[in-house]
Design a binder for this molecule. Structure first.
Ligand code: FE2
Length: 423
């Protein structure tokens, strides 16, 4: 017995409209017409149906703290760090929990059903870890949440960070994080990469490091991350987040680095909204964009995802967790305007991000999880151009969010006309 049929769905790989039949939380069939009676039906009316959005790089411990204890007036990283230093010690477990749960509602409304969040483990009480583990459990039927043990103030630089990180992993945090460019020296950075990769190899965990989030072309910890990945047999299980120094590196060196990254099956996560606002701040003009070499990485068959990184926190005051905002910014910053590149930017917030998180049964095909989003548009091109309403968000065959379609009415010389921005 079917649970749900989505009729007249536009799927990017088919020219005509299809019906999607859902049973027991899985997609059972995708056909020109599914015949069934007494089953709940959504008529997609030709709208695009996609797998859910996946955000592979986020910080849920800081999100939605905008204005606490005050607004970041200058909008700079330095004031953001000061602000977090004031706010963080005052936070209780429940403060983290309440903000993160609210954020999950935002994510679901935007069709984001997979989320990898870093959580700071340099606080000795690990209360953010406790809160986010609780949120992961509470929300597991709705969003796949992965947590990364992130030694935000440095794995070697911050006293007790190693013990805290190991304890966070014992408590159930999923992924080993790091921040080698923030250690005191290049050699400490390399040492932190080695030790953290060994912890992951020992425990059979994935790795995701904030790596080379810098405009310094000599910040080359990605090289060590690749070498350690290969040495420890972690290929495909390690992600380099940000990698902004690659933007400023010498082209000859990058040609060597790309081969190392491909060999390690390095997963790359760029964060276009944050990279374009934080990088290049010491430049006058010309001002660097600071995002890693997305186009070239994709051309070298390296998996690239885009993350949102922050929403309304001390470092970034903007955002509503719309991954189409991220794809839109990524496309512009990387100048990826061809038809194929536009598709790649969409994949960076869907399929590629799901690959980073190693999500199983992801995608729109028979046998996959019935997790999908109906967008108020007819194509991937329009999805990025318009960032339209998520009309329905479906998780394991259940509708968990709906948004009404809205069109503006324009009055010219007494004539009222609805405007439709869709192609
Ligand atoms: Fe981050």
């Amino acid at each position: 017995m079917l649970d749900l049929i989505i009729r007249n769905a536009k799927l990017s790989e088919f020219g005509d409209l299809r019906d999607i039949a859902i049973e027991d939380g899985k997609i059972r069939a995708i056909e020109s017409q599914v015949l069934a009676e007494g089953v709940e039906v959504i008529d997609a009316e030709g709208c695009l149906v996609t797998p859910p959005f996946i955000d592979s790089h986020f910080h849920m411990d800081a999100t939605l703290s905008y204005g606490q204890p005050r607004i970041n007036q200058s909008g700079t990283l330095l004031e953001g760090i000061t602000l977090w230093g004031e706010l963080n010690p005052t936070q209780k477990v429940d403060d983290f929990r309440v903000r993160a749960l609210e954020f999950c509602h935002w994510s679901i409304a935007q069709g984001v059903l997979g989320l990898r969040s870093h959580v700071d483990v340099t606080d000795k009480n690990l209360i953010a870890v406790e809160a986010l583990l609780d949120v992961r459990e509470k929300m597991k039927s709705y969003i796949d949440i992965q947590l990364v043990a992130f030694p935000q103030n440095g794995f070697l630089r911050s006293p007790g960070a190693k013990q805290n990180l190991l304890q966070a992993l014992e408590m159930g945090v999923d992924v080993v994080g790091g921040i080698p460019h923030f250690e005191r020296s290049m050699s400490d950075g390399a040492q932190s990469v080695r030790q953290l990769c060994e912890i992951a190899a020992d425990k059979g965990l994935l790795v995701d490091m904030h790596c080379d989030e810098s405009d310094d072309p000599w910040s080359r910890h990605i090289e060590t991350l690749c070498a350690e990945t290969t040495r420890l047999g972690l290929e495909g299980r390690v992600a380099g987040s940000h990698l902004t120094s690659m933007h400023s590196m010498d082209n000859y060196y990058v040609s060597k680095l790309m081969a190392l990254m491909a060999e390690a099956d390095m997963q790359v996560i760029a964060n276009p909204l944050i990279n374009i606002t934080l990088q290049g701040r010491h430049d006058t003009y010309p001002k660097r964009r600071g995002m890693t070499r997305v186009k070239e990485l994709i051309e070298n068959d390296i998996n690239v995802a885009f993350g949102h990184d922050c929403v309304m926190d001390p470092w970034y005051s903007f955002g509503s967790h719309d991954m189409l905002d991220v794809a839109h910014m990524g496309l512009h910053v990387a100048q990826m305007t061809s038809v194929e590149q536009t598709q790649s930017c969409f994949e960076a917030v869907t399929d590629n991000a799901a690959k980073v998180m190693q999500l199983e049964n992801y995608g729109i095909a028979p046998g996959k999880n019935a997790d999908l989003v109906i967008l108020d548009c007819g194509s991937i091109f329009d999805a990025i151009r318009l960032r339209p309403a998520r009309l329905h968000v479906v998780r394991r065959g259940q509708i968990i969010s709906t948004t009404k379609r809205s069109k503006p009415s324009v009055t010219i010389e007494g004539n009222i006309r609805e405007v439709d921005f869709r192609l």
